[in-house]
Design a protein around this ligand. Structure first.
Ligand SMILES: Cc1cc2nc3c(=O)[nH]c(=O)nc-3n(C[C@H](O)[C@H](O)[C@H](O)COP(=O)(O)OP(=O)(O)OC[C@H]3O[C@@H](n4cnc5c(N)ncnc54)[C@H](O)[C@@H]3O)c2cc1C
Ligand code: FES
Length: 237
């Protein structure tokens, strides 16, 4: 489907927030495949926030596709497929949301849904440096209890999200996490809940088997169709 770009703003180092004028009936944690003009393969990007007539994505400029995306202007049109994949469930529990880098965006709509369900929401966000950090105020405005860690100690706890959890004596009974693989590996081993994985994708709809990860029970699971959200322990990270 086609949607107009409502806004496209630089919010941290190489990180952009884009609002796209399409109503999506989606679950937090699901993603869209965006057709970047001039590129055949679509780029998978998580849904950060769902609004009545639009949705928000937050993306980091890593290669040429996201670079082109970052230069697009309000009013230009984008072709989007989605929502795709599995989302984070909304359970009757107080979640600890753990996000690293551009794994943080899908946790925002997730936090909104848990707050709407009157749950206590704790958010632990990890970035490399203060210049990479984003959305701390937005999570606070939702009423979440926000903790932050940076690898160089320029903001919050010096170290990883796990260091921040230990330093703040958070006891996560139920986690929802998205971020870099080493972070998810640690979360997958230490806690119970759900993790959202990334993989290089081609079709994005379960047909090409290009995004498989090994399942703990044997065989493979597709990140685009069986995930990206998996139960902790379900996949070998
Ligand atoms: C389900 C899912 C959700 C995602 N959500 C977000 C998001 O919310 N925000 C965000 O910034 N990024 C997200 N990504 C990663 C994003 O898709 C890639 O960063 C993007 O496709 C890179 O495109 P490019 O053309 O700029 O880079 P390319 O030129 O294709 O590659 C440049 C660099 O990006 C890496 N890369 C490319 N594709 C992926 C990929 N699918 N996953 C991880 N690394 C990749 C390459 O290894 C390379 O280092 C998500 C990926 C998946 C699978
Ligand atoms: S990207 Fe084709 S099966 Fe997942």
């Amino acid at each position: 489907m086609q949607g107009n770009i409502v806004s496209n703003t630089n919010i941290a180092k190489d990180v952009f927030r884009m609002e796209i004028g399409i109503h999506l009936d989606a679950q937090p944690g699901q993603f869209v495949q965006i057709q970047v003009p001039g590129y055949y393969l679509r780029r998978p990007i998580s849904i950060c926030e769902l609004k009545d007539d639009s949705f928000v994505i937050i993306y980091k400029v890593l290669g040429s596709g996201t670079d082109v995306l970052s230069k697009m202007k309000a009013g230009e049109m984008l072709d989007v497929v989605g929502p795709l994949g599995t989302g984070f469930p909304i359970e009757d529990k107080d979640p600890v949301l753990i996000g690293g880098g551009v794994g943080v965006p899908p946790l925002y709509e997730t936090a909104k849904r848990y707050k709407k369900a009157d749950r206590k929401v704790t958010v632990v966000l990890g970035f490399n440096t203060k210049a990479d950090a984003f959305y701390l105020d937005e999570f606070k405005e939702l009423g979440a209890n926000v903790h932050v860690a940076t690898m160089d100690g320029s903001l919050g706890t010096c170290g990883t999200v796990i260091d921040a959890i230990n330093e703040s004596n958070i006891r996560p009974n139920f986690v929802l996490a998205c971020g870099p693989t080493p972070m998810l590996r640690a979360v997958n081993q230490a806690y119970t809940g759900y993790i959202s994985l990334e993989a290089r994708m081609a079709c994005g709809i379960g047909a090409c088997m290009g995004c498989v990860v090994p399942a703990a029970a044997g065989g493979n699971l597709r990140v685009c169709k069986d995930g990206p959200v998996f139960k902790t322990g379900e996949v070998i990270v």
